[in-house]
Ligand binder design. Structure first.
Ligand SMILES: N[C@@H](CCC(=O)N[C@@H](CS)C(=O)NCC(=O)O)C(=O)O
Length: 249
């Protein structure tokens, strides 16, 4: 373990931390991961980031404590899958982090919010999932170059979005991604929250009329990348053990 490597405070089940870890992992940036519990945060973390949320990255005197900034920081160092090249032109990440997260919390944890009606919030959250379904449909149209040529104006609007093949050997399904047929920043930033939405009632989610979103989610959950960042680690507070996250290749 090299003492001067950046530190990553993380909590395995937090969707914000998941997307941060995935960006760090794909970028191949070596870090010292400190696994925490939200109900028992280490003083060392609160000292550098008093707002007390994960993920937090500490590089010398510099602290990054917003997950999107963590993703950008990692990918600006190294972005082998060119996630940053694909712009989220439809503002999906913002909608995910704002209204969708609002409804997700009130659907999944309705008892924690006074007066929250879980079904109403599920219906509101579903509107975002339907939007993702349309987005995935659009992206699959993009994959079919003959349709792309036929569609004239639309293909211009879509210009610049990449259509590379997925690189993750864990993906076994022919699936589309939000902005083409390779995963990019938006897919990785959003899917951990859709995964949580599914966990609230899997039977309901799996039978909802959003087949593309269902396939997209499974492909991302089954990816080698996601599996690699979901390993269970001992708590840093208990053991003092920092995890050698993302060893140099
Ligand atoms: N805007 C922050 C949100 C991070 C966040 O809210 N993380 C949750 C865990 S999923 C957290 O740390 N909550 C603090 C707590 O529950 O005490 C980000 O994107 O990093």
């Amino acid at each position: 373990m090299t003492e001067d490597l950046p530190i990553l405070y993380s909590f395995r089940r937090c969707p914000y931390a998941m997307r941060g870890r995935m960006a760090i992992a794909v970028s191949g940036t070596p870090m010292r991961l400190r696994e925490i519990l939200l109900r028992d945060k280490p003083e060392e973390m609160l000292e550098v980031s008093p707002k007390g949320t994960v993920p937090v990255v500490v590089i010398g005197d510099k602290v990054i404590d917003e997950s999107i900034d963590v993703m950008h920081w990692a990918l600006e160092h190294n972005d082998p899958e060119r996630w940053l090249k694909v712009k989220d032109t439809d503002g999906l990440i913002e909608e995910n982090d704002g209204p969708f997260k609002h409804h997700l919390d009130r659907y999944k944890y309705s008892t924690r919010y006074e007066g929250a009606d879980a079904e109403e919030h599920r219906a509101e959250g579903f509107k975002f999932l339907q939007k993702l379904e349309r987005q995935l449909e659009d992206a699959s149209i993009l994959r079919d170059t003959s349709i792309l040529h036929r569609e004239g104006g639309r293909s211009l609007r879509r210009e610049g979005r990449r259509i590379d093949a997925p690189q993750d050997e864990g993906v076994q399904w022919e699936t589309g991604y939000l902005y083409g047929n390779a995963r990019s920043l938006a897919d990785i930033a959003i899917f951990p929250f859709v995964r949580q939405f599914r966990i609230a009632d899997m039977e309901w989610f799996d039978s909802a009329p959003i087949p593309r979103v269902q396939r997209w989610l499974i492909a991302l959950m089954e990816s080698a990348l996601f599996k690699s960042v979901m390993k269970k680690y001992p708590l840093w507070k208990d053991t003092g053990e920092e995890i050698d996250f993302c060893k140099k290749r």
